[in-house]
Design a protein. Structure first.
Length: 574
């Protein structure tokens, strides 16, 4: 994408990094601006292999906490797949004129949305709880509640009780995205937040495989066993997470530098020649936190909508919305969708498993290209290709429905759609949301973004059953036209509003947002945290590659007298 030079460049005046410590501890080392700049540049220059070596423990703990999402992905697909599972529909559905059992579109919508309603409640609570007690304790508490709530759908005697169980199971939401983004360096941030999407897909693949293996059963255990298997996740996760270090950023937000240093020590390799300088890393965190306090002093939900944080919240929320309105609802309902397109149940479940297996391949591919192309280009390319495949799915719905080849064509296009989504929009939405939010407001901004996601998921959960249910609108594959249109609108929004965050530290992102740099100019604007000069540079220059930038350089004169510590941009630009 062609980016142009910004008219003004963001600059911040120096802030004394160790001037204050809310915990009352005296700083162990007085770090100068040059040393903080050096620590920031060292993180920019860090290769992926070096980052894995130095932060191997952080990677391991991030993977452990993110593994909890496998359970969420498993549970999410379970209810969607049950709509096409005969023993379950006999238990909770009603007899149809053709002798089969099915749920009404209204009850399908209700069950689809039950977990989303619970997640909205849970995420709002977690925004407070995680900031008060930390990510680790919040996740342990959520997993304990999950163990209890699984009993309700397992023993549910009717659909009403099942609905209550699904709502309650949605409440213990977890926040591995924020944890992963805070414990890892810039070089690994995108990969480990994108790993969370892989956990979703693995959970969904396991869910479809479990149901496929139980197709031969006709008793109550054919649907109780899938519910019971959910108990195998929480206990080992609780034990593992109990030993995990807390995010060092959480300690910084609480003014506890000593705790942050201890947590960082538990997350990094110590016996190497190039081990992470813990004091320098903590001072960079303190400096970043102070930058954000200069702009927005509070850390409440209201502060997410103040100043430049409003733009950051908008990007996070619209990114989450895009991941749900760009056609992914067809993937979630794929088994039922394939059956309505004319496939028999066994083929429908087989194709669903193939869809999620291909999705795993897509996520691995996303990891390989993420560092090369950046978030923005990869995200936009994915949305455009998704639009093409959705229109293709819609076209198959227009062709004669009696042609069985069309049902297979629909399945092939949906699998291709899944490959594209999982190699672009799917994993990147986690990276983007975690990177766009400010450090001080991360838990709350993330909660808001995923709550907006859940609101739109509820809307989708109402509309989709009516679109593909033969007793309602009966659009079947023609629903691809509807989602294709929304996917195109998402592409337009992302083109004008989504910035590039590759290779950016959180302090640099704070400056870029504070100075209102345009979305298409983020990638070419070079930020010096302390210098009175700032210019545009290529991404290679940002990483210290030494290459000369072809972009025009702008040098700004500044007035350092602002009481809030921010420079005032002079009217003249040399």
């Amino acid at each position: 994408m062609g980016d142009v030079s910004p008219n003004v460049s963001p600059i911040l005046a120096p802030i004394e990094p160790s001037a204050q410590n809310n915990s009352g501890d005296q700083p162990t080392v007085a770090y100068s601006q040059a040393q903080i700049r050096e620590a920031t540049q060292r993180e920019h220059d860090m290769s992926i292999s070096t980052a894995f070596r130095l932060y191997s423990k952080a990677v391991s703990w991030s993977i452990v906490l993110s593994t909890a999402v496998i359970m969420e992905g498993y549970d999410l697909l379970l209810i969607f797949s049950f709509f096409a599972f005969e023993p379950w529909t006999k238990k909770y559905g009603k007899l149809q004129p053709d002798g089969t059992y099915a749920l009404s579109a209204a009850w399908q919508s209700g069950l689809n949305n039950g977990a989303s309603v619970g997640e909205i409640i849970g995420l709002l609570l977690n925004g407070f709880v995680a900031e008060r007690f930390g990510y680790r304790k919040t996740m342990i508490g959520a997993l304990f509640l999950t163990i209890l709530f699984i009993f309700i759908p397992f023993f549910a005697p009717n659909i009403e009780v099942l609905q209550v169980g699904l709502i309650l199971m949605g409440i213990p939401g977890i926040l591995p995205v924020s944890y992963a983004s805070e414990v890892c360096p810039v070089a690994l941030r995108g990969h480990l937040t994108a790993y969370i999407n892989l956990c979703w897909v693995i959970g969904q693949l396991i869910s479809s495989g479990v149901l496929r293996s139980l197709l031969h059963r006709t008793d109550q255990w054919s649907y109780r066993i899938p519910y019971a298997l959910q108990w195998m996740w929480p206990v080992p996760l609780i034990v593992a997470i109990a030993f995990a270090p807390e995010s060092p950023w959480w300690y910084i937000r609480r003014g506890d530098k000593k705790g942050a240093k201890s947590a960082l020590r538990s997350l990094t390799a110590r016996k190497t020649d190039d081990a992470v300088d813990l004091d320098a890393a903590v001072e960079v965190m303190v400096y970043t936190n102070q930058l954000e306090q200069k702009v927005v002093k509070g850390a409440s939900y209201i502060d997410c909508f103040k100043g430049h944080n409003l733009r950051r919240t908008e990007i996070c929320c619209f990114t989450s919305i895009t991941s749900i309105i760009s056609g992914t609802t067809l993937m979630g309902n794929s088994t039922y969708f394939f059956e309505q397109a004319g496939m028999d149940p066994s083929n429908a479940f087989d194709l669903t498993m193939a869809q999620y297996a291909v999705g795993i391949v897509g996520i691995v591919f996303a990891w390989l290209i993420m560092a090369r192309f950046g978030r923005r280009q990869q995200y936009l390319s994915g949305l455009f290709l998704q639009f093409i495949f959705l229109i293709g799915i819609g076209i198959t719905g227009v062709v004669d429905r009696g042609n069985k080849n069309m049902s297979w064509a629909t399945g092939a296009l949906l699998i291709a759609f899944s490959l594209v989504y999982q190699s672009s929009v799917g994993p990147l939405c986690y990276s983007i949301i975690s990177e766009m939010s400010s450090v001080r407001l991360r838990a709350k901004t993330t909660s808001l973004a995923w709550n907006v996601y859940n609101i739109f998921k509820i809307i989708n959960g109402v509309l989709t059953p009516y679109m593909i249910n033969p007793t309602a609108w009966n659009w079947q594959a023609k629903a691809g036209f509807f989602w294709g249109g929304l996917c195109l609108l998402s592409f337009v929004w992302a083109f004008f509003r989504l910035p590039e965050t590759r290779y950016r530290t959180y302090a640099e992102l704070d400056i870029l947002f504070e100075r209102k740099v345009g979305a298409r100019k983020f990638a070419i604007t070079s930020v010096d945290l302390f210098s009175q000069k700032i210019d545009e540079a290529s991404q290679e220059e940002l990483r210290g590659a030494g290459g000369k930038s072809n972009a025009a350089s702008h040098v700004l004169q500044s007035d350092m007298r602002g009481e809030d510590g921010l420079v005032r941009i002079a009217e003249s630009v040399k």
